[in-house]
Design a protein around this ligand. Structure first.
Ligand code: UD1
Length: 432
């Protein structure tokens, strides 16, 4: 890409990866046909579909008709009536951390699962102890040998599961296992991310009995009354749009300048992101009727750094947008201190940004960015999904040509980042 060109135009936000993945896993529990609209066309979703197929599920993927609907990506039809296989192939499990949530669904459906330790982005230590603790509390027996995990349950039984801290994946895994467990499960300190709400909504539409509403956002408490597997039925569901992709494009506009409008956005989920962006001097206008959000970051003199931002669980600033924030901070005036509270190695992008001329220092979980330095185009290497997207943003801000190598990581979560930015007027293209 050739940078230093402000962004301008409108962009449609894709369906949410982090909502679609657990909902696809949930289809494993439902002995019927489920239809998911607005699924993002990304490699993590392909990977989850491959996992489902490996168990005997029949999957049909149809491109969304963008002329007649506001939906993007694909409609995915999943029929798990004939699933039998309980061994998840290592090549898919190692490719994606989210594969671990198949454990809860498979225990609920088949009572047994063989899986290896999951892979995923290299953003720091990502243990699964909370997942295993919760499944054991529900009555699963778990054997671990080297990299291999074998879990078995004659019958899952409801229990009180009190997580020491909140984990999105562990909460999803336990919800999936508890849906057909005998009796009542109470999850305390459950994660409160919107993707949890989406999973619960989907499962309730399919016949589950989950109380996640009311005060849940305050208390982090979810109560699940187990139902018979035969009571669950197929359902059609629209995947919400992706708050992290929306945030990525907002930070791109903040960093590169210009005026863009995002269509099809999850407005209510963007509060902390919009607060940060407004605090940094851009103008944000929300149109709730049309479900659109516009950002104007064209007056560059007004773009300044806040003094301190820390990532935290929802509704606070999301760790997934910490790398795009770093790039925007490089382009703003003043100093920003960023503390990463969720993942230990999420500053891997910093080395690449420094090679482009950024002034960033790291101490432990904290980065200090001194903004206002010119970035210069280089060949940089993507090492994980969100960091990779942030390097593309850096390229849009830099003088000269930037090439992002290993951009396959970005395809895990962004349908077409190159096409999206090209549509906003950026000089950007794929190279072989
Ligand atoms: C999910 C998201 C990811 C996001 C993250 C935090 C998906 C597919 N991924 O990841 O994009 O960045 O939430 O919002 O939805 N932990 C343990 N033991 C466990 C599980 C987690 O120590 O058993 C720790 C993790 O190392 C991390 C923290 O808990 O430090 C939060 O992780 P978690 O919420 O589980 O993230 P994921 O579900 O992996």
């Amino acid at each position: 890409m050739e940078g230093k060109k402000p962004l301008d135009g409108r962009i449609q936000i894709q369906g949410s990866k982090n909502a679609a993945l657990p909902i696809l896993a949930a289809c494993m529990l439902i002995p019927g046909l489920c239809v998911l609209n607005n699924c993002p066309d990304i490699t993590d979703i392909e990977c989850m579909c491959s996992l489902l197929k490996s168990t005997g599920a029949v999957i049909n993927t149809v491109a969304a008709d963008t002329k007649t609907t506001t939906q993007t990506g694909n409609r995915i039809e999943i029929n798990t009536c004939s699933v039998r296989g309980n061994r998840l192939p290592e090549r898919y499990v190692s490719a994606m951390r989210s594969s671990v949530i198949m454990m809860g669904a498979m225990l609920g459906r088949l009572g047994e699962v063989y899986v290896n330790y999951p892979g995923g982005c290299v953003i720091g230590e990502r243990p699964i102890d909370l997942h295993l603790y919760g499944l054991e509390k529900l009555g699963a027996q778990i054997w671990i040998e080297g990299n291999h995990i074998h879990a078995y349950a004659d019958e899952l039984k409801g229990a009180v599961i009190d997580f020491p801290f909140s984990s999105v994946g562990a909460t999803q895994n336990i919800i999936l296992a508890a849906v057909t467990a005998r009796g009542t499960t109470v999850i305390k300190n459950a994660a409160r991310e919107p993707e949890i709400t989406e999973l619960c909504k989907f499962l309730n539409r399919a016949g589950a009995c989950i109380d996640y509403s009311g005060t849940m956002l305050k208390t982090g408490r979810i109560v699940i009354q187990g139902v018979e597997l035969s009571k669950l039925h197929g359902v059609t569901y629209d995947i919400i749009s992706d708050r992290i992709v929306a945030g990525t494009y907002l930070f791109a506009a903040l960093a590169a300048g210009g005026e863009i409008t995002l269509e099809n956005i999850p407005i209510r989920q963007l509060d902390s992101i919009c607060d940060t962006i407004k605090g940094m001097g851009a103008v944000i206008a929300v149109d709730e009727v049309r479900n659109e959000l516009a950002i104007d970051a064209s007056d560059r003199d007004k773009i300044v750094n806040l003094s301190y931002i820390q990532t935290d669980v929802y509704p606070d600033f999301p760790t997934d947008l910490q790398s795009p924030l770093l790039v925007a901070a490089c382009m703003a005036k003043g100093k920003l201190v960023v503390r990463e509270k969720i993942f230990s190695s999420r500053f891997r992008i910093v080395e690449e940004l420094q090679r482009m001329g950024a002034e960033i220092s790291i101490e432990g979980d904290t980065a200090v960015v001194t903004g206002g330095r010119e970035l210069e185009g280089r060949t940089v290497i993507a090492r994980e999904l969100r960091g990779g997207a942030a390097l593309v943003i850096a390229g849009l801000c830099a003088s000269g040509i930037t090439t992002v190598a290993d951009s396959g990581y970005i395809r895990r979560g962004y349908q077409d980042i190159v096409g999206d930015f090209a549509g906003l007027g950026a000089h950007i293209r794929y190279v072989d």
